[in-house]
Unconditional design. Sequence first.
Length: 137
Amino acid sequence: MQNNEPKIKSEAKQKNRPKNLNLTTIRLPINALVSILHRATGCILFLILPAILLLLQLSLSSAQHFEMVVSILHSPFTKLMLLGLAWAFFHHFFAGIRHLAMDVHWMTTLMKARYTSKVTLVLGALATFIVALKLWF
């Protein structure tokens, strides 16, 4: 009996497990995708904050600077960037509420977690769509 134990351990060590080094073929569950996007949007919002504060300071400094900031904000490229920031904000907001609900053990099953992930994505897209309508029309 004792002779079999080392043999089993050495066989287990010799097994070659499959390795997937191609990151593009990995499919993340929706829960992981929403969580990763929550972190990424938080970083984006944090990093863009100095530029937003600079524009605010510039717009409050004089009437000429205010007109310059308004003209910058009316360009189509800036509107598109603001739309992306709006999506980042809304996704981060709704995913944050979802994470708070998870912290108080509201989502105890995988089915509820998947459902709220989908709701988070839909609410973020819907709120961004409403902002897009306001920006472009």
